[in-house]
Ligand binder design. Structure first.
Ligand code: PHE
Length: 482
């Protein structure tokens, strides 16, 4: 509609000294003006001149006035040599002041610039002219071709808005999965593809019985201290578990049994019934294993529950054949179970510890499993997570024997880092539940936060979990597997 041009101009402005010369005359003119014509007064001495026109003007002006032939010596003093002068510097500066330039040309401008009397100034100006589509009203260009436009024929004369293929478009705000959820999904699908079933883990609150006693953790174990475990004050105690099982558990602790000498320490029902926030998801595993052993205890199978989590097929392929050939079904069904959920520990919080975190846990129950099965399984599981180099170190858990800590080599950190804990559950835990003697159960646990932090290069857990988490960061974080 309009034609628009930008023009650049270079003009000049006076410096402070230049402005002074424009109004008062050049230094040389000022020197000349205070001197007498020869014979018409006393010649002015250099000292007097300084007093009259100031040090600076006297110094600069004298030289130039001599050079111009305006002044001359008369004894010790100075006198005019001409009756009239033409102060071109003043005139030139006046012209620059008024027009921003000089008609006499660039050479003089350059000289004035060198003498720091003027300075260059860049300016812009614009020309705006009517264009070929000039109008005083703006018709909105069409963005869509409509049925009405086609039927009325107005499409022929309409103006259309051009597509802007450079436009960025409006960012969609579809939300984003938190890194922990992404890694959880990834691990979950590894478990599922390996034939595991997910355990229900919704009960954050457990009793001391299920979190510790059922796992053969002694009642005096430091993990049960207030400093390590959050206890509930209201309600503070759980309903008792099934009586016969409770009795078997308390007996194996206090007196031993199933080939074990037990802890031989007094059993406190109080300790067992205390309600707490579960310190590990192994409490949920204990519930599930107890359910899994229901048929072995001679109880009717609870339709909805144990069936869902056991496998017709065996974790090791020989199991069913063995059972089939013997024909004496003791009720045991192999199972592969996993969970990924939150646990709570009364820890001092720092860059890598919070009072709550997520555990990834798996258990495998089958006849005659060995430690080699556990190690072999771990290698497969971790390699599916992208961790190829794993090492195992003997460790101690009250509920597993042997126990292994799992270390993975971290190429970015260039060192071995602990990634998990595992072991074969003790007979003191499995046999009171009712499992046949040849049933072995592997278990292992790892934190969800650690691999997530490593993967996303996060070194402070508080930027991953809690109020300091940046929602934008979550939305923009790269997808893990999908
Ligand atoms: N419960 C253990 C932990 O919290 C992990 C584990 C689970 C170890 C099962 C052995 C067997 O670290």
């Amino acid at each position: 509609m309009i034609l628009y041009e930008t023009h650049e101009v270079i003009s000049h402005v006076l410096t402070a000294e230049g402005a002074q010369i424009a109004t008062e005359g050049s230094h040389e003119a000022r020197v000349w003006s205070v001197l007498p014509l020869p014979g018409q007064g006393t010649p002015v001495t250099p000292a007097q001149l300084k007093k009259e026109v100031g040090d600076e003007t006297a110094k600069v002006g004298q030289g130039r006035a001599f050079k111009n032939g305006w002044i001359g010596k008369d004894g010790d003093g100075l006198v005019k040599k001409v009756a009239e002068i033409n102060d071109t510097t003043q005139l030139e500066l006046k012209e620059v002041q008024e027009t921003g330039t000089l008609t006499t040309g660039e050479k003089i401008l350059a000289d004035l610039r060198k003498r720091k009397l003027i300075a260059q100034k860049k300016g812009q100006w614009f020309t705006v002219k009517k264009g070929s589509n000039f109008s005083t009203s703006i018709a909105k260009p069409e963005t869509d071709l409509t049925v009405e436009m086609l039927t009325s024929g107005s499409w022929k004369t309409s103006t259309y808005k051009k597509y802007n293929f450079e436009a960025e478009g409006i960012p969609t705000s579809g939300g984003g999965l938190h890194p922990l959820l992404k890694v959880r999904e990834e691990i979950r699908s590894i478990f599922l593809e390996m034939g595991f079933a997910e355990m229900p883990t919704q009960s954050f609150v457990e009793s001391g019985f299920w979190c510790f006693d059922a796992l053969f953790v002694p009642q005096q174990h430091p993990a049960r201290d207030l400093q390590d475990t959050f206890y509930l004050s209201d309600p503070s105690h759980a309903l008792p578990p099934e009586e016969a099982y409770y009795k078997r558990v308390s007996t194996v602790h206090e007196k031993g049994g199933f080939g074990s000498t037990g802890y031989r320490a007094p059993w406190q029902p109080e300790e067992s019934s205390k309600l707490l926030l579960r310190t590990h998801t192994t409490a949920s595993s204990a519930h599930m294993l107890y359910k899994l052993a229901a048929k072995c205890r001679g109880e009717a199978e609870e339709e909805s529950e144990s069936k869902e989590f056991t496998h017709g097929g065996a974790a090791t392929s020989s199991t069913n054949e063995k059972l089939g050939s013997k024909g004496d079904d003791d009720g045991f069904r192999p199972a592969k179970l996993f969970s990924i959920d939150r646990v709570f520990r009364n820890e001092t919080m720092d860059a890598t510890h919070l009072a709550e975190f997520h555990q990834v846990e798996g258990v495998v129950a089958d006849r005659n499993l060995t430690l080699a099965d556990l190690i072999g399984f771990m290698r497969v599981f971790f390699s599916k997570m992208g961790i190829e180099q794993v090492r195992f170190k003997p460790a101690y858990n009250p509920y597993t024997e042997p126990s292994l800590e799992i270390f993975a080599f971290h190429p970015m950190l260039n060192k071995w880092v602990e990634v998990g804990n595992s072991g074969m559950f003790r007979p003191e835990m499995l046999e009171p539940m009712g499992f046949p003697k040849d049933v072995r159960v592997h278990g292992w646990g790892l934190s969800l936060e650690r691999p997530t932090m490593i993967r996303y290069g996060i070194n402070n857990i508080r930027t991953l979990v809690g109020h300091k988490t940046s929602i934008e960061g979550v939305e923009n974080s790269p997808a893990v597997m999908f």
